[in-house]
Design a protein around this ligand. Structure first.
Ligand code: TRP
Length: 331
């Protein structure tokens, strides 16, 4: 089985976009790959953050991983900072990576605009740390969203440099993109995310989901129920396609185009489908939230397994890069 690595940055509570866009596929991939799923807290430090909040988000992220169906019997579940070799490998990779490559990365250019008051070196180095996350486990497969593809390309370029200067250690990882490329938020235009307040959190109750969905943007040309609508441009329908049965989807298309159902009805059906998908996750999430010892045990074990793999790779790396000093004996 091929090795796989992916991770989520714990900068907030996980939402439907994280689930449909990433974690749901991760759950399915557990059987076909030797998967390692990380909570990449070092990456979360590249924006101004509150230390207490970081700890909270990491813990909640652990609970969400388990609630969504990531299974410690099948996969390694770990927290990046608890395997500090990631940062050690990053240092070696830093010394191989031209600054000009990093300055060209689109996410870096975006951040320069978005957080002009905190353009720190970590932000520039973000893709190198991400490359280290992947290659320290010799992962060959990396499920990511579209916005991460330039990072993967960069990781491959860094590996090629490493290989040509020091020899073969790392396979070049391939990005795998899920069926769902981009999940728009309830505003119907931007990517679903916490910062824009356009998301549904995985812990939200049916009532809370309804409160948000009922206000969500639909086909703007449809003002009254008697106006025929166009599901193809309505974000509520694109959510139906990810969550509702074919039968419900057909009912929506027919009723919307034929102006026999209103947006409210369509949104009720979406809320039902969403609640059906999320309620088992919600239940398990609160189960784990109340059992920090159980969560701790699972992730401590995952961290240990990950650390053992990372250590193996690093021994190979030390040998190649000249840090296995014979005069000191065994490292
Ligand atoms: N940069 C990724 C994101 O924002 C998170 C991430 C960090 C990651 N390291 C990774 C994803 C390694 C895949 C593999 O989504």
């Amino acid at each position: 089985m091929k090795r796989l690595f992916s991770g989520v940055k714990p900068t907030g509570d996980l939402h439907l976009g994280n689930y449909l866009g990433a974690i749901k596929q991760w759950v399915e991939m557990q059987d076909g790959y030797e998967a390692i799923y990380g909570i990449v807290d070092y990456h979360a430090m590249t924006a101004t953050y509150d230390p207490k909040e970081l700890e909270e988000y990491v813990f909640k992220c652990c609970c969400n991983y388990l609630a969504c169906g990531l299974d410690p019997e099948k996969s390694i579940l770990m927290i990046q900072s608890q395997v500090p070799l990631h940062t050690e490998l990053t240092w070696f990779l830093n010394c191989l990576t031209p600054v000009s490559w990093l300055e060209r990365v689109p996410t870096f250019k975006d951040k320069v605009q978005q957080q002009a008051d905190n353009i720190n070196l970590g932000l520039l180095d973000y893709p190198v740390l991400m490359a280290a996350d992947i290659i320290i486990y010799k992962a060959e497969v990396v499920p990511v969203g579209e916005d991460q593809l330039p990072h993967l390309e960069l990781a491959r370029e860094i590996i090629r440099r490493f290989t040509s200067q020091f020899g073969e250690v790392f396979p070049e990882p391939q990005a795998i993109m899920g069926k769902v490329r981009r999940i728009k938020g309830l505003d119907g235009s931007e990517k679903m995310g916490k910062s824009l307040n356009n998301c549904i959190y995985l812990y939200e109750t049916k009532e809370e989901i309804w409160a948000k969905i009922s206000k969500a943007v639909t086909d703007p040309a449809r003002i009254k129920k008697s106006d025929p609508g166009n599901p193809d441009i309505c974000n509520i329908f694109s959510l139906h396609k990810m969550l509702s049965t074919q039968e419900v989807q057909d009912k929506v298309v027919e009723g919307c185009r034929g102006a026999t159902i209103g947006c409210i009805e369509c949104k009720r059906w979406l809320t039902d489908a969403m609640d059906e998908e999320l309620s088992p996750i919600r239940e398990k999430y609160f189960y784990y939230m109340e059992r920090p010892e159980e969560v701790s045990e699972i992730f401590t074990d995952g961290n240990k397994k990950a650390a053992a793999l990372a250590e193996q790779t690093m021994q190979e790396v030390y040998g190649k890069i000249g840090l296995k000093y014979k005069f000191l004996g065994k490292r």
